[in-house]
Design a protein around this ligand. Structure first.
Ligand code: NOJ
Length: 533
């Protein structure tokens, strides 16, 4: 039977094709490289891969600046190779979603080239032009480190054009019905090729309206509902995953009545996981989860610890942001825009206990988790690289030259310095070692998928009188799991209310266990307890 709700209990994995595996020795990862490595992802237990943009692009924003929506950049391969990849993934029960960049194109896109050079071009109105840079003043600037305005003067056009990201990424004009139609055609093209859905990039910004911050506008939701209706009609079972870096109450409308997005990233919980680990207190996490409204039955959150961007601090207060920078970005070059450009392992001092604990939270919170490539082996970052490139270095496959990523000269060297260098951190050695981080994450994934308690939306915090231990109950379909996470670097004892004193099994050790009134946890340790009586 086809399960159209597959995403509700799936484990996702995010990949930069360029950085994953090079199959032809040109130094850049490619589609065939990923096809070669599908067995690895199957071993890990991944259900769905999100691949970052593979469209032809001048790469001013690593492919989020698209110059042609209908093909694959030749550096990555061809459309035929993409089909082969999709089929090979499907044979392994792995789905693939890709980025759909709706908000903007590259300035190299022929639409923009035509628009800027001729006021009468049919494409002029595909973009947002103005004679002044005074409009929409209430819209914030997102790339604060590089952009001074959301308007850029274009000499050729003789007007300003609107852009929410780099000035090389002009925003499309969604007030133009042709633009709306074009983007449905783009979606159709890739869905016909067989992909399983989209991670829809930067959706809050599709429309502009004077007197608003130009985010989350009703017109934007109306268009996204159209996109969803189109998918439901022609491609049931394929999904839309929403990238809206917003507060939970502002993301909630993107689920509509179950008729807009299937999934949405939960941005605000992410920095609070890091806050919790550093403070040794769970209250910030609990607060944001309490502030998270229920979502329709056919929808699901997507939770993550890291991704290809800076660890965003947009969804915290100014005071919290300063604190996070102080704690997690002690060197100025670690900061980027309103975030921190570091990977999971270095952020957590490469401390295995903390890395596991962060993952314990990731895999047991409501929502379907997504793992950023390389974090399952604890890869490091390269702060010498500009922008976000330092967290997009080649996957470390083994300890051979260039980490087994390429037989040629890599587009950028894999991490080679120190304890996180590929000689120490790589897939081959972790596959051999039953105690490796890889095997722990693999086990977490297996348990996460096996136990339906995790796939529901229910989560109850348990008051134990100890602020250092995050204790919560996940219940769904008659299954009850109690999760305990000691966020601190010392032993902690919690007192469980009678209702939670149960007989059952600890899932990692698979040992019978009784949760008594008092439970003591080792520093940074966690228990996933399946209640049986
Ligand atoms: C969000 C993407 O994650 C980021 O990498 C990109 O720069 C912006 N959207 C603009 O497309």
């Amino acid at each position: 039977m086809v399960n159209n709700l597959w995403y509700k209990n799936a484990v996702f994995y995010q990949i930069s094709i360029r950085a994953f595996k090079d199959s032809n020795g040109d130094g850049r990862g490619d589609l065939n490289g990923l096809t070669e490595k599908l067995d690895y992802l199957q071993t890990l237990g991944v259900d769905c891969i999100w691949i970052m943009p593979i469209y032809p692009s001048p790469l001013r924003d690593d492919g989020y600046d698209i110059a042609d929506y209908y093909s694959v950049d030749s550096a990555y391969g061809s459309l035929d190779q993409f089909k082969v990849l999709i089929e090979a993934a499907h044979r392994r029960d792995i789905r693939i979603i890709m980025d759909l960049v709706l908000n903007h194109t590259s300035d190299a896109h022929p639409w923009f080239q035509s628009a800027r050079s001729d006021r009468n071009s049919p494409y002029r109105d595909y973009y947002v032009w103005s004679d002044t840079d005074e409009k929409y003043k209430d819209a914030r600037i997102i790339f604060v480190d590089t952009e001074k305005s959301n308007w850029t003067w274009d000499e050729k056009a003789g007007q300003y054009f609107w852009h929410r990201f780099y000035s090389t990424q002009p925003d499309l004009n969604y007030d133009n019905p042709n633009v709306q139609e074009e983007m449905l055609n783009v979606a159709r093209f890739w869905l016909d090729l067989g992909i399983d859905g989209f991670r829809a990039d930067a959706v809050p910004y599709l429309f502009e309206r004077e007197g608003t911050n130009c985010e989350n506008l009703p017109e934007t939701h109306a268009y996204l509902k159209k996109l969803r209706a189109f998918m439901d009609e022609h491609y049931p079972g394929r999904i839309l995953l929403c990238e809206a870096n917003q507060w939970p109450e502002d993301v909630r409308p993107y689920f509509g009545d179950g008729d807009e997005f299937h999934m949405g990233f939960h941005f605000p919980i992410m920095p609070r996981i890091y806050m919790a680990l550093k403070k040794g207190r769970y209250e910030d996490m609990a607060q944001i989860m309490r502030r998270t409204p229920p979502i329709p039955e056919n929808c699901q959150w997507c939770t993550f610890l890291r991704n290809h961007d800076e660890l965003t601090l947009e969804m915290v207060t100014e005071e919290e942001r300063q604190w996070m920078w102080k704690e997690y970005a002690p060197e100025p070059r670690m900061k980027l825009n309103l975030g921190i450009r570091r990977r999971l392992a270095p952020l957590l001092d490469n401390d295995r206990r903390k890395i596991e604990l962060a993952n314990s939270l990731l895999f047991t919170l409501p929502g379907s988790p997504i793992v950023y490539y390389g974090d399952e082996i604890g890869m490091g970052d390269n702060l010498d690289l500009p922008d976000r490139n330092g967290v997009r270095t080649p996957m470390q496959w083994d300890d051979s030259p260039h980490a087994g990523f390429t037989s040629g000269t890599p587009f950028t060297e894999p991490i080679q310095q120190g304890v996180l260098g590929y000689q120490h951190v790589n897939v081959a050695s972790q596959l051999k070692d039953p105690n490796s981080l890889f095997h722990t994450i693999q086990k977490m994934i297996r348990l996460r998928k096996k136990h339906t308690a995790f796939s529901g939306s229910d989560m109850q915090w348990v008051e134990t009188g100890n602020p250092a231990v995050a204790v919560y109950v996940r219940e769904h379909d008659g299954e009850t799991i109690i999760v305990l996470n000691n966020l601190s670097d010392v032993h902690q004892t919690v007192r469980l209310p009678t209702a939670h004193q149960k007989i059952g099994r600890e899932l990692f050790s698979d040992r019978s266990f009784t949760l008594k009134e008092q439970v003591t946890l080792q520093p940074y340790s966690y228990l996933w307890f399946l209640a049986e009586y």
